[in-house]
Design a protein around this ligand. Structure first.
Ligand SMILES: [Mn+2]
Length: 374
């Protein structure tokens, strides 16, 4: 009989706008373990945010994990749910839950499954040493699982802390049957030289913002007695964060503009999703776009339409020539075009172009919208 496991991480359960969605996804991920008759649940960290977690947060997690007992659950705390003094992890947890508490790798044997699990806990702001550059003491059973919260070289998203950094080569050289890794919020798997999956990030299970768009997953996996690993991604969130980019250049009126927006949104988002639409391109000057009215008509859980990427279809060269008809506009635009030409780089040029549009808007008595702020 192959051993079955469910893996998920980076759930960041806590108070806030998405609290309910995060909890629903967490409960659904736990339910997967029961549905798939999993032997183990592997949780490589960041289940909650240490700074924001209240009593209710930890009670929810404790109850959810207790409810799937006797399925055994293993937690390797990450940098956000690190084992600081006062951590909820230091309280009593249900008997089916094991928290790795040491800041170095420790082995736990599961003789009935012929399996050893090696895990580690981050403390304070996280361990930054390259612990996988030297041999990690592996367990003595046939199936050897590694559980940790770490940063895969070369895949670091912006503004993420680097904790237990590792290269694929360093990880694979450790010889574990499978490594369940947390920290990055997108799914990724790491195959060995023969193409067998040897490690994976599940990613977060519920997107929370524009940096976590699209489908998010828990992992359902299987390891057979030959050490072959198979994993499947399962979406457990009811809601996705969906980003829709629409080029509206060529639309002649408000109807044409919204027809393009509607078409793009219809194919990208479901009713239960949180949708962020970014319109881009050039629009005729006389179109009046009522974003609030459109937003209020949408059936989605939430929707926001940004016009910050839309430029008015002014013809600056023509305006610069029209000195007789409109001397002030003409002189202003001519000077701004000159400045754009003299700009030393593209960023400065874009800023001057925006300044020109702001100026034209002000001169024409149009509403000022912040440009390209996303
Ligand atoms: Mn993390």
């Amino acid at each position: 009989m192959p051993m079955r496991f469910v893996q998920f991480a980076d759930t960041h359960i806590g108070p806030g706008e998405m609290a309910n969605d995060l909890r629903l996804a967490f409960a659904r991920a736990c339910a997967l373990a029961v549905e798939h008759k999993a032997d183990l649940v592997l949780l490589p960290g960041d289940l909650f945010d240490y700074e924001r977690a209240d009593r209710d947060t930890s009670a929810f997690i404790v109850d959810a994990l207790a409810s799937i007992g006797p399925i055994r659950v293993f937690v390797a705390p990450g940098n956000h749910d690190s084992l600081n003094p006062g951590s909820p992890y230091l309280a009593r947890w249900p008997d089916n839950v094991h928290i790795f508490e040491a800041p170095e790798f420790e082995n736990l044997d599961l003789p009935d499954l012929d399996c050893s699990i090696t895990g580690i806990a981050h403390a304070h702001r996280g361990i930054t040493d390259r612990l996988l550059a030297s041999p990690v003491p592996a367990g003595r059973f046939s199936t050897r699982i590694l559980l940790f919260h770490g940063s895969r070289d070369g895949y670091k998203p912006s503004e993420k802390e680097t904790v237990i950094p590792f290269s694929d080569a360093e990880l694979l050289a450790q010889g574990f049957t499978y490594s369940a890794i947390g920290h990055y919020h997108s799914f990724a798997s790491i195959p060995d030289a023969r193409g067998v999956t040897r490690a994976a990030y599940s990613g977060c299970i519920q997107g929370r913002g524009l940096d976590e768009v699209g489908e998010k997953f828990a992992i359902v996996g299987e390891i057979d007695s030959e050490g072959r690993v198979r994993i499947d991604k399962v979406e457990v969130a009811q809601r996705r964060i969906v980003r829709v980019d629409v080029d509206v250049t060529g639309a002649r009126d408000s109807g044409g503009f919204f027809a393009r927006i509607d078409e793009a949104v219809l194919s990208a988002a479901r009713k239960q999703d949180a949708v962020y639409v970014f319109a881009r391109g050039l629009l005729p000057l006389d179109i009046d776009i009522d974003t609030a009215a459109w937003e209020s008509r949408q059936p989605h859980f939430s929707v926001s339409l940004s016009l910050s990427g839309v430029a008015p279809d002014y013809d600056p060269d023509a305006i610069a020539q029209q000195s007789a008809a409109s001397p002030l506009r003409s002189a202003f635009v001519a000077e701004m075009l000159e400045k754009q030409q003299a700009a030393s780089d593209e960023a400065e040029r874009a800023m001057l172009r925006d300044a020109m549009y702001y100026g034209l808007f002000a001169l024409d008595g149009r509403r000022l919208e912040p440009r390209d702020v996303d």
